[in-house]
Ligand binder design. Sequence first.
Ligand code: URA
Length: 243
Amino acid sequence: MNRQDKIIEYFRYLKDVGENELPIPDMAESGRSSGNTSQSEYEKNKRLELSDYKSKSQRLNEIGNEIKNCQNCALHKSRNNTVQGMGNPDADIMFIGEAPGAEEDRLGLPFVGRAGKLLDKILVAAGLTRDDVFITNILKCRPPDNRDPMPAEQIKCMPFLIRQIEVIEPKIICCLGRISAQGILKTKIALGKLRGQVHSFRGIPLIATYHPAAILRNDNLKRPTWDDFQFMLKTLEKLKEKE
Ligand code: URA
């Protein structure tokens, strides 16, 4: 954690414990007047208002509310629920899938169908739970009949994902599946070639692996997916060492 992050973390802590102002010692009173700062300026600066500060959860909720009201593409007409994502707002790892399926659309939560159950198992095997990570999708609404997200839908939904990434500031992003990896990296390179490398999205290291639904269809993808998870965890460890 760098110095700026530590300060932000401290401000968050103050806010979380109900502190809305940052007390700054009155240097004039303690006889340590700066000399060239006027008293009124001093008074103005004495207390730094923290009321504008919003926690990561609040900011994610705000994005979630915008997603709920979004009508930027036709998918809003057929959805039952939007699926903004779930998990730890301070997560080091952010998983990005493709789009909600039937179960996700019904419950408003990501990866809660068969593929989601498999993702949970992989997470546990890797020593993680949903509370450690943040899980979301490129699209926040279900495409009818689970068809692939269309490029125009991805473009319209991308600002929500970018804002979620900006709030969470994950140390690493893991794209689940071809659609997610190609959509985010804006490439047509096959998933097989994107795996095993550290890419970058808006300055954040990114790796790609198979979608859990693909593993359900093809058992042979289990091993390489596990290798990708190990690669992701090792990369994360190295990133933390560098901090
Ligand atoms: N597949 C996805 O890509 N995302 C989900 O949330 C569920 C299934």
